[in-house]
Design a protein around this ligand. Structure first.
Ligand SMILES: *Cc1c(COP(=O)(O)O)cnc(C)c1O
Length: 386
């Protein structure tokens, strides 16, 4: 009997300690963690520099509320702005909250500038934007909405990577924003294609429609770029971040181009915890550690890992992704069965979308650990495909 609400299908695993790329259970068994808490603990478990910031900040000041100026928030906002496309940052505590902020900003823009004529937000089928009522309405997956109807009716969903379908909706004057993940994560590691994204950007410019990139999963180094939009060289107007930004300390952020950011004024949006001392001190350290050297290494490790994966999976799965945002679309075996076998090998990975297994090592993973993962996967493949 558990007193925790029954909202998760949990594995029978539980861990008591983490170190770098490994998690340890109560019996001292060591698991290779290629889940990273779903792209969160990107700098590894018990990262000493992160731990140091948490310890020291906790002895000075954790929280004051946003009634007062918070220097770390100013500093982190400046870093994010300068490392991305400029503009201003709103801090919150999760991915869904960051997307909520983006949705609200798009809404107030449409209301103030176009007197409410522009209000619809277009999202993609197979997308994932969170579990709050607005973000589940934005999400392009029926299973997320099921049981919560009526959902918000100003979201229109169109097939991903299909420009004509998008154009049919955005050509109308009532659309205020287009929201998408540059690479769909929960949907199964499905990347936007370049010419599509380029055309979407041009269409949004032409129609004065905000382009929102949900980089909650793809952001903060996972792809070998600080942000996935940099792979394409196509900038959004708004970007949302969360998962990897705190290495496990809850923090979310919504970055908006100045042209739109000014529509948020005092009283329009807020969060009690958002951007507190602890979260921002950690966020600053995360971005400080996420330097060009580390990102370059992520690119190289990604190439190395994918090459080995392609070899061992062969025609049993399609390997795809950027950097260390990697998914394998399995053929002939259920991803849930596959992951159960991985657990027997003491390897952790994450299911996604249409029979996909996500391999999300921490970005600090070593080549030896990648080899260890390949060895474990080989055993799993042998057992399942024979
Ligand atoms: C995880 C995720 C979210 C939701 O983040 P939460 O912190 O769980 O609210 C939103 N968008 C994307 C792309 C995600 O991967």
């Amino acid at each position: 009997m558990s007193y925790v609400m029954n909202t998760y299908n949990r594995y029978k695993l539980e861990f008591v300690k983490g170190e770098g790329s490994y998690l340890f259970d109560r019996e001292g068994n060591r698991y290779l963690d290629f889940a990273s808490g779903i792209a969160v603990t990107n700098l590894g478990h018990s990262n000493s520099e992160i731990s140091k910031v948490i310890c020291e900040q906790s002895k000075k000041l954790l929280h004051t509320s946003n009634l007062y100026k918070i220097p770390f928030q100013e500093e982190l906002a400046e870093i994010i702005s300068k490392k991305s496309f400029g503009g201003k940052v709103f801090f919150c505590n999760s991915g869904a909250e960051a997307n909520e902020a983006a949705i609200k900003l798009a809404r107030i823009y449409g209301n103030r500038k176009y007197e409410g004529v522009k209000y619809k937000i277009v999202t993609m089928t197979n997308s994932f934007h969170g579990r709050t009522l607005a973000t589940l309405s934005a999400t392009g997956q029926d299973k997320v909405k099921k049981g919560f109807e009526p959902t918000l009716d100003f979201f229109v969903s169109v097939p991903f990577n299909n420009y004509d379908a998008l154009y049919e909706v955005v050509k109308n004057e009532d659309v205020v924003a287009v929201m998408l993940e540059p690479i769909q994560g929960e949907g199964g590691i499905i990347a936007a294609n370049r010419t599509y994204l380029q055309k979407v950007r041009e269409l949004c410019n032409r129609m004065d429609v905000l382009l929102i990139f949900d980089e909650v999963q793809t952001g903060v180094g996972r792809t070998g770029y600080l942000f996935a939009y940099q792979i394409y060289g196509i900038e959004p107007d708004i970007m949302t971040l969360a998962k990897g930004l705190g290495n496990g300390i809850p923090i979310g952020a919504m970055i908006a181009n100045d042209r739109f950011a000014t529509y948020f004024t005092p009283g329009t949006h807020a969060s009690t915890f958002g951007g507190n001392y602890l979260a921002c001190a950690v966020g600053k350290k995360v971005l400080e550690l996420m330097d060009d050297q580390l990102l370059d290494d992520v690119k190289k490790k990604g190439v190395y890992f994918k090459q080995k994966l392609k070899k061992i999976f062969d025609d049993r799965g399609e390997v795809r992704g950027e950097g260390l945002l990697i998914g394998v679309s399995l053929k002939g075996v259920k991803n849930t069965d596959f992951i159960d076998e991985c657990h027997n090998e003491h390897l952790l990975c994450v299911p996604a979308g249409d029979n996909v297994v996500r391999l999300y090592p921490p970005l600090i993973v070593s080549y030896e650990e990648i080899d260890e993962c390949i060895k474990k996967l080989k055993n799993v493949i042998e057992r399942l495909w024979g």
